[in-house]
Design a protein around this ligand. Structure first.
Ligand code: GLU
Length: 291
């Protein structure tokens, strides 16, 4: 398998310039290091009919090229089931019946980091388990044996973050993103993960999970997001932000690409940008979008 980078959008709507910038960065990282580039549609949750086709259309228009067939997470359940089976066989999972509210209201365990699952269902007796099973379907959680983990990030350096007994499969049967992403990256030969820095806090959980599954931990680069003039993460309501909307406002796809590459300190054509690409000189601050 050729080592690869990837872009893994959730098909919840059209991509905006912030998403397209992250996709271009992931592509530049991969191509400048001789890697392949793959697209994975993360449709376990938040999928809107038609969004995938729009996203692929816009990625192609901006110049992102990818190899092989597009992979969809909803078609990969057997891989996730297998991984959860492997963890369960090693005693590394347990059933959890807590509602969101119960978790919020539970006193947190001593020394537990803020926001960590309080461990309510970690040690249920056989009778408790039987009773709870009769009332509510269970989620599956990881039985973590530590509370933090450190990852190395190309742009952010060493990052230590919380690891708790996070959910692997929700109680509606849907695989959790943290499990799917780890299984998919490894299984697809993806050894370079470039994505928005909003995902950095989840990365220690993912790297720890990869190590438990005996999978390689990828190279990570978490890139700054694009923000609006108030400093908030760019969103659809911030005016013309998709390729379609920008075209309607008279800004063609070539101009959008130039603007994005310019924000990265790179020349406006993809070929030149690839030749000039140097991760160490990328901006470390969010980019303020003004149409
Ligand atoms: N599907 C996630 C998102 O669109 C990205 C996950 C990832 O790149 O690991 O936010």
């Amino acid at each position: 398998m050729t080592p690869a980078g990837r872009f893994a959008p959730s098909p919840s709507g059209e991509l905006h310039v912030g998403n397209l910038r992250t996709a271009l960065l992931a592509w530049l990282f991969a191509r400048s290091t001789g890697r392949g580039f793959l697209l994975r549609v993360e449709d376990l949750d938040r999928a809107r009919a038609g969004a995938e086709a729009e996203q692929l259309r816009d990625l192609a228009a901006i110049g992102v090229t990818w190899g092989g067939a597009v992979v969809r997470q909803t078609e990969r359940t057997h891989h996730y089931t297998e991984a959860i089976g492997q963890l369960t066989a090693a005693g590394l999972t347990y059933e959890c019946f807590c509602t969101r509210r119960e978790i919020q209201e539970a006193p947190s365990a001593p020394h537990a980091p803020q926001g960590a699952y309080p461990g309510t269902c970690r040690q249920l007796s056989g009778a408790e388990l039987e009773f709870k099973r009769s009332r509510r379907p269970a989620a599956i959680r990881l039985r973590a044996s530590l509370t933090e983990w450190t990852v190395r990030d190309e742009l952010q350096g060493a990052f230590t973050g919380v690891v708790d007994d996070f959910v692997l499969r929700r109680n509606d049967g849907v695989t959790a993103y943290n499990l799917a992403v780890v299984v998919d990256d490894a299984e697809q030969g993806i050894d370079q993960v470039v994505r928005g820095d909003d995902l950095l806090p989840s990365t220690p959980r993912q790297a720890y999970l990869a190590s438990l599954l005996g999978l390689p931990v990828p190279f990570y680069a978490h890139v700054p997001l694009v923000v609006n003039s108030d400093g908030a993460r760019l969103a659809k309501r911030d005016g013309a932000v998709t390729l379609g909307e920008l075209a309607g406002a008279g800004v063609g796809v070539g101009a959008v690409r130039e603007k994005i590459l310019g924000s990265l300190g790179l020349p406006g054509s993809l070929e030149e940008a690839l030749a000039a690409f140097d991760p160490s000189s990328l901006p470390r601050e969010p980019w303020v979008w003004a149409a």
